[in-house]
Design a protein around this ligand. Structure first.
Ligand code: TRP
Ligand code: SF4
Length: 332
């Protein structure tokens, strides 16, 4: 890739509604950094949501609005990057269909998330055509924009690998249309939820970007700590404490150092330690929540950003589809 050309980045997020700190640290902060240097396309993966949550669509539009409000509040900037909604671009469905002709079933069945999610998301029937094809839809999302880099978490790396294989197969069968994208692994620091497990909306252990100070304070106060530290005078081990993971991300180095030292000697107690982190969190969230309030006053702004982004994305998508159709001799 020539140095002088801005590399193209593409990533998508399922519309899960209001975002939490885990989403921020795990993905959003990375997206925000990338928009400074690259040509970024970020989209709402609403069709992807349907591959697992096809039976729960009633909140879909409000979940999109809440999530994108958080995107913009957190610092994603429509003057730097393009934001769109997947389902507003039927081109993605068309490319998915064309890819479905050349994708061996075995490739899809072997994607690790396929069997894993089938087992994990119990209570849902995932024996559907759409769920099997989900990584192929992702390949269409990525190749549509001829992305060079795809920022994803570790669990999504096999999907980018599949995307590369589909690109290769298409280029080999017809002609070279698609470059092979790279996965850009997000090196996210560990941010557990309030109970020490992975932060997740469905676990009920999340702190949301939109949680007001009193809610943050209450959630942190109820956080799990070093289980061996039962009394104020017990010495603690911050390395096994989720509160310390928060300090490492949100507190300045001198506070991290102090907690690291004084927890081990029982000089600081968990109540004070948590107060410190609550202060840092609320300070960090204040500007985000200010921007959020402004966006909430005029939600049409958010939809307008998506509308404009969708128009821009459509130009790229239409051009790619022309090429793909022509390569498969679908044009006269
Ligand atoms: N599959 C991703 C997820 O569940 C979302 C996604 C859909 C995506 N299409 C994408 C991510 C393309 C990166 C690129 O989180
Ligand atoms: Fe965790 Fe802080 Fe308590 Fe140590 S003092 S166990 S780091 S909450």
């Amino acid at each position: 890739m020539p140095e002088n050309q801005r590399r193209r980045i593409l990533s998508g997020m399922r519309p899960t509604g209001r975002l939490h700190l885990g989403n921020l640290v795990g993905a959003l902060q990375n997206w925000i950094e990338l928009q400074e240097q690259y040509e970024c396309h970020y989209f709402v993966a609403d069709w992807h949501m349907l591959t697992t949550h096809y039976a729960e669509v009633s909140e879909l539009q409000s979940d999109i609005q809440e999530m994108v409000t958080d995107w913009l509040a957190a610092g994603l900037d429509p003057s730097k990057a393009t934001f769109f909604i997947q389902s507003r671009l039927p081109e993605h469905a068309e490319l998915h269909l064309l890819f479905s002709m050349i994708a061996p079933l075995g490739w899809l069945e072997r994607v690790p998330s396929y069997k894993e999610q089938m087992d994990n998301l119990e209570g849902r029937d995932l024996n559907t055509y759409g769920f099997l094809g989900y990584p192929l839809l992702q390949a269409a999302d990525i190749l549509m924009y001829k992305a060079d880099g795809v920022p994803v978490g570790e669990d999504q790396v096999p999907h980018v690998e599949l995307t590369r294989e589909i690109a290769r197969r298409f280029n080999h069968l017809y002609r070279k249309v698609f470059p092979e994208p790279q996965a850009l692994l997000t090196h996210a620091p560990r941010l557990p939820g309030t109970d020490g497990r992975k932060m997740s909306k469905s676990y009920g252990n999340a702190i949301f970007l939109s949680d007001p100070p009193a809610v943050v304070s209450k959630k942190v106060a109820g956080m799990m700590t070093d289980p061996a530290r039962k009394r104020r005078w017990d010495k603690g081990n911050p390395d096994v404490c989720p509160v310390f993971d928060f300090h490492k991300i949100f507190s300045p180095p001198e506070v991290v150092e102090r907690v690291n030292r004084e927890c081990r000697t029982a000089e600081i107690g968990c109540v004070e330690c948590k107060k410190l982190v609550t202060g840092q969190l609320n300070q960090f969230l204040a500007p985000i929540q200010n921007r959020r309030r402004q966006l909430e006053q005029n939600p049409e702004q958010v939809w307008q950003v998506l509308e404009e982004g969708t128009c821009k994305a459509r130009q790229v998508a239409q051009a790619t589809m022309q090429e793909a159709r022509a390569a498969m001799n679908l044009t006269h």
